[in-house]
Ligand binder design. Structure first.
Ligand SMILES: [Zn+2]
Length: 358
């Protein structure tokens, strides 16, 4: 059996999602969201995902087994096996038992006798933006880029113009937010659509896809985030606090995110010299993790949950697909002529000579 298995998860934001940086920065928005340090595209950190998954799996295990005991003492999964794990007051901390589906899958800080902790059998990547909704003159379009499509196993070549690549030709340029871009056609666009449909992305989104180069994607995403303004209410008076107006940004409703969960093989691990009995295979680990998905759809992820934010519907959670190549360069057409960066054919029969033009 493999040492680990990777499971690709694709989810649709049912509300705006705000996963905050926990601090303010100078600028237009006080409460900013977490961004990738290199691309500047907003994301949900894997550590945030692991935290909400842990809480929801503990809730569900508690629902299924409300009278759980350890050594003859009541030890409910929720809240004790959720949370940060350090005992405090009535909170007993992580149970650290080899038969606990929460502590084995998500790890624990340290064992009952202060022995070492356990890293957990499930590892979470960051959730990255796969498709991002942008207003255009023709209604919303969901934009993506080669870097984002790599998350779902697509290696897209030839998207190198400052243009929007679509499935079918179109005469007029298209605005993505404030950015006006010429249209190119990608001959293998249907392969991208097919891959997304296979991952459960709804047809209304697949019919409105637009592909842009990697360098444009962060600009379009960051200039089309949702920004809301709120005011703090004084609990004593019920009126707005003075100087307490604040704004916060969020990924808009309709954003499609992708993340991977790597499930390790429980057979390769022990907890304080004992075999792990809660789960016996990477598939088992993934089955436990999946218990969180109905909760994600109804309770959500990130902050501002009381302001109608954060619900995330999982569209697909199967094994990660293998890599597939998509070439948008060779068959692209545009009003200004063929792409100048199209590679030369690798084996030369009849090679076109540039000096042949008059
Ligand atoms: Zn536990």
């Amino acid at each position: 059996m493999a040492g680990y298995q990777k499971f690709l998860h694709v989810g649709l934001a049912l509300d705006p999602i705000h996963v905050g940086t926990g601090g303010a920065r100078l600028g237009r928005v006080e409460l900013t969201i977490v961004r990738d340090p290199v691309t500047r595209v907003p994301k949900i950190p894997g550590s945030s995902l692991a935290g909400v998954y842990r809480t929801y799996v503990a809730m569900e295990e508690h629902e299924q087994n409300p009278n759980r005991q350890v050594d003859g003492q009541p030890r409910p999964y929720y809240p004790h096996c959720a949370g940060l794990g350090q005992p405090r007051g009535n909170y007993l901390g992580h149970c650290a038992q080899p038969d606990c589906p929460v502590c084995t899958v998500f790890g624990f800080a340290r064992g009952r006798d202060q022995a070492g902790g356990f890293a957990g059998l499930a590892a979470f990547t960051d959730a990255h933006v796969l498709l991002f909704p942008v207003p255009t003159r023709q209604g919303p379009r969901w934009i993506t880029c080669p870097d984002a499509l790599r998350l779902i196993g697509l290696e897209v070549q030839g998207v190198d113009r400052d243009a929007v690549y679509l499935n079918s030709p179109q005469n007029n340029p298209l605005n993505l937010g404030w950015l006006l871009l010429p249209i190119m056609t990608c001959g293998q666009f249907q392969n991208i659509v097919q891959s997304l449909q296979n991952l459960g992305v709804p047809d209304y989104i697949c019919e409105r896809l637009a592909l842009v180069p990697d360098r444009l994607f962060p600009h379009i995403v960051n200039s089309n985030l949702e920004v809301r303004t709120s005011v703090a209410i004084n609990p004593a008076t019920g009126a707005a606090e003075e100087q307490a107006l604040f704004s916060y940004e969020a990924l808009p409703r309709g954003t499609v995110l992708a993340w991977e969960i790597i499930a390790k093989n429980p057979q390769h691990f022990q907890i304080q010299g004992q075999r792990i009995s809660a789960v016996s295979s990477p598939d088992d680990v993934h089955t436990k993790v999946q218990l969180a998905h109905p909760y994600l759809e109804h309770l959500g992820v990130g902050g501002m949950g009381t302001r109608g934010m954060g619900r995330l519907k999982v569209l697909s959670d199967g094994q990660s697909p293998s890599t597939q190549a998509v070439d948008c360069g060779a068959s692209s057409t545009s009003a200004t002529g063929p792409s100048s960066s199209a590679p030369a054919p690798p084996t030369g029969g009849a090679t076109a000579s540039p000096s042949g033009t008059t």
